[in-house]
Ligand binder design. Structure first.
Ligand code: ACO
Length: 335
């Protein structure tokens, strides 16, 4: 560990993702709960989602990292820090970051998991950027990986239509180029929202017992309507505020990169920012809500499709359980 005085700017220098093979489409959900493709599409914009059949969150994270390492000269053994943003760790402890560290051979890295539900990737990205900016670390892997199918009750139509499994990773490194990189963040928590979206059991409040299993407390509980209202306002306001604070007009923004929970929440955010639909990254139709993986997977797919170019201003925005929410403004630095 070496301390340097000069403040650095952190920028994303590589991306990767893992998409599980199994597809769970709306037609299949019609056969297991009282729902319809039409209801799901109009209320959420989700057509299908992916399911990780053999393996856990760390396995998906490792595959996303392997995909990333194919595209960079950086080797796993050069990684300083691994942050795994997740709400579905393999176990309560040890941290999934430790499992990933061992599996990818990041022999000199330390790491930890970051729990902020759907905002976790943003919180992790800012944390990783701060570690780089401090001058202490040079290579930080920020991973969003969630096996949501492990905490979804497939008899509950309110939630089982929403979530899917996915992993994606970005590498953060310092840059001397002040025109690119992570430029600003506005991140928030409000624990008064805890009752609207939670997994009640499995922690120290309600340790696993026959009773908690019988009550289905190891599954996601969500008061969808309550969350919807605050999510629309929270994500739209923070996205607008970060633009205003940085004197950005809608013309200055190449893309809004929103957390993919519901197409209607995304549309409301874009509208508040004055951004047209073509400038909004979307993959919710193919993956559903993949919690910590939504934003990095959008970045990976749009970059690989040649849709983002160096110098593009991006606004990343999310809202999730906690409540947690926020936005990050960055300028894309990859050619
Ligand atoms: N199929 C058919 N009908 C359904 C289904 C379904 N899958 N699910 C619910 N319904 C019914 C409800 O029972 C209700 O019926 P009722 O009026 O007879 O009671 C009716 O449809 C309307 O239900 P609402 O909850 O009002 O539906 P809404 O339009 O709000 O959509 C949704 C529900 C999609 C969950 C929405 O509320 C939402 O997106 N909420 C926010 C989600 C979010 O952003 N979460 C944060 C991130 S997740 C995280 O942090 C882990």
């Amino acid at each position: 560990m070496q301390f340097q005085n000069k403040k650095k700017v952190a920028t994303i220098t590589a991306v990767g993702m893992y998409v599980p093979e199994k597809i769970l489409d709306n037609k299949y959900l019609e056969s297991i709960v009282d729902t319809s493709d039409e209801w799901i599409m109009t209320r959420t914009g989700i057509r299908e989602r992916r399911i990780m059949e053999n393996g856990a969150t760390s396995d998906m994270a490792v595959k996303a990292c392997e995909d990333l390492f194919k595209t960079t000269s950086v080797k796993p053994e050069e990684i300083d820090v691994i942050i795994v943003a997740t709400v579905t760790p393999d176990m309560l402890f040890p941290a999934t970051a430790c499992l990933v560290q061992e599996k990818i051979g990041a022999t000199k890295a330390w790491g930890f998991d970051l729990s902020a539900a759907c905002s976790a990737f943003l919180f992790a990205l800012q944390t990783g950027a701060s570690l780089i900016e401090s001058g202490t670390y040079k290579k930080v892997l920020v991973i969003g990986s969630d096996k949501m199918s492990s905490i979804v009750d497939y008899t509950d139509r309110n939630t089982c239509i929403l979530f899917g499994d996915l992993a994606s990773a970005v590498l953060l490194e310092p840059t001397e180029n002040q025109n690119i990189g992570i430029k600003d963040s506005m991140l928030f928590s409000d624990g008064s929202g805890k009752d609207a979206l939670q997994m009640k059991a499995g922690g120290s409040l309600n340790p696993a017992s026959h009773e908690t299993i019988d009550k289905k407390w190891h599954y996601i509980y969500q008061d969808g309507k309550a969350v919807f209202k605050v999510a629309v306002k929270g994500m739209a306001d923070v996205s607008y505020e970060i633009m205003k604070r940085n004197n950005l007009t809608s013309d200055d923004v190449a893309y809004l990169v929103p957390h993919q929970a519901n197409l209607r929440i995304i549309d409301a955010t874009a509208e508040r920012m004055g951004i047209s639909k073509e400038k909004v990254m979307i993959n919710i139709d193919r993956y559903g809500n993949t919690t910590a993986a939504t934003i990095p997977s959008c970045l990976t797919e749009y970059y690989r499709d040649g849709k983002i170019k160096k110098g593009d201003n991006l606004i990343l925005a999310a809202f999730g359980a906690g409540y947690t929410w926020g936005a990050i403004y960055l300028t894309w630095g990859l050619d």
